[in-house]
Design a protein around this ligand. Structure first.
Ligand SMILES: C[S@@+](CC[C@H](N)C(=O)[O-])C[C@H]1O[C@@H](n2cnc3c(N)ncnc32)[C@H](O)[C@@H]1O
Ligand code: SF4
Length: 365
């Protein structure tokens, strides 16, 4: 059988060594017996993938906390992935500060990982405590150690924290800038049902506060050489995440592991818990076949998040219709008030439009 070629592979590792007070991702507390059995199952899936797919241009091991796996299990899974790495592949692993060791960094490099994404979130110990992430780790030393092995580094920053003042945020940004890493992902604090923050009654900040905080971060990052290439992602030139760009371009990607989701052959799918089913060899795959109108919707939802928007020609080729014709009135109105623009035959959201991206999307889909 001919092997399929797609750009991206995502692998979900659903283990963490402690649970953060805000996190609603699919994850469970580390237990070495579960972890060993999970990695064995994952390796079976990786072996099957080798029969059906050519090597990938981007691979992303996310979670949960992949860096919390034991050295032995990291060795096993990275060894298994070896032949799925295409030439010049962007190969990312997610890590959190407490589980990074130099031994693991060396191992990552040995197996071709060339990008590391770390959840730092904040430098402020009152917020780190609130998040249950007060690891007592000096982030400057941590990044210094990582830089010995990696230049392509992302750090996550959470803003919109409870009662966060302008001074708090100024200090936070100054510290993140001092790290001098080429990529920063921004997250505004979301309080999801069932999380410890939700149970304690914390609420998300209101829209005006979030907008002011976002503005402050945007201007400081731009002044320091970072480009906002996606609503919440900032990179120095040449360090944009190729894996995430593949999602935002609405291209296909394969996903392995419990809690992940993928998009192949016009089918979007999720691999659902419980993990015990997975450990017994059962894959709870829930599939959703995508109609043309769903496809158009996903295409806009993802591509318009990008600074470069999308090519009108590509849209026409893909959907056999012109969005300028289908949504003529809406697009003209948004262009007239400076929220959308057409440049180089691409439809793009302007800086001002990015603030109300959700409303623009509602009108276009
Ligand atoms: C799934 S985590 C993976 C990284 C790693 N497990 C860690 O926490 O260091 C990816 C990022 O999502 C963000 N995140 C998760 N839940 C969030 C929430 N409720 N509100 C805002 N950001 C959140 C955090 O910035 C986190 O670093
Ligand atoms: S934020 Fe990261 S470390 Fe914290 S519980 Fe979620 S996945 Fe685990």
């Amino acid at each position: 059988m001919k092997k399929k070629t797609i750009n991206s592979l995502y692998i979900h590792i659903p283990f963490c060594s402690s649970i953060c007070s805000y996190c609603a991702f699919y994850k469970i507390l580390d237990k070495i017996t579960t972890e060993n059995a999970y990695i064995d199952q994952l390796i079976e899936d990786i072996e099957k993938t080798k029969n059906n797919f050519n090597p990938f241009k981007t691979i992303y091991i996310g979670g949960g906390t992949p860096s919390s796996l034991s050295v032995e299990n990291l060795n096993k899974i990275l060894f298994a992935l070896n032949t799925l790495i295409d030439k010049d592949c962007e190969f990312t692993i997610e890590a959190n500060p407490e589980s990074i060791t130099e031994e693991k960094l060396i191992l990552f490099r040995k197996y071709g990982i060339n990008r590391i994404s770390i959840g730092l979130e904040s430098f402020d110990s009152k917020y780190l405590k609130l998040m249950n992430r007060d690891y007592k780790i000096n982030y400057f030393n941590l990044i210094k150690t990582i830089k010995k092995h990696f230049d392509n580094i992302n750090v996550d920053l959470i803003y919109g924290l409870p009662n966060e003042t302008e001074d708090d945020l100024n200090d936070e940004i100054a510290n993140f800038l001092k790290l001098d890493v080429p990529h920063i992902s921004l997250y505004s604090l979301e309080i999801h049902k069932g999380t410890s923050l939700y149970i304690k009654g914390y609420k998300e900040e209101n829209g005006d506060t979030l907008r002011n905080q976002y503005d402050l971060i945007l201007s400081k990052l731009r002044n320091n050489g970072y480009e906002r290439y996606e609503v919440s992602n900032f990179a120095k030139h040449g360090y944009e995440s190729q894996h995430n760009l593949n999602y935002w371009h609405d291209n296909e990607y394969l996903s392995l592991g419990v809690g992940g989701s993928g998009y192949i052959n016009n089918i979007r799918y999720k691999i659902n818990p419980p993990i015990n089913d997975y450990l017994l060899g059962k894959r709870n795959i829930v599939k959703e076949t995508v109609t043309i109108s769903d496809n158009k919707e996903y295409y806009l939802l993802t591509n318009l998040r990008l600074k470069d928007g999308f090519s009108l020609k590509e849209y026409e080729k893909k959907f056999n219709s012109s969005i300028l014709f289908d949504k003529k009135i809406e697009i003209e109105q948004y262009i007239n008030v400076g929220l959308l623009k057409i440049e180089d035959n691409r439809l793009k959201v302007t800086d001002n439009g990015m603030y109300i991206l959700d409303s623009i999307l509602v009108d276009l889909i």
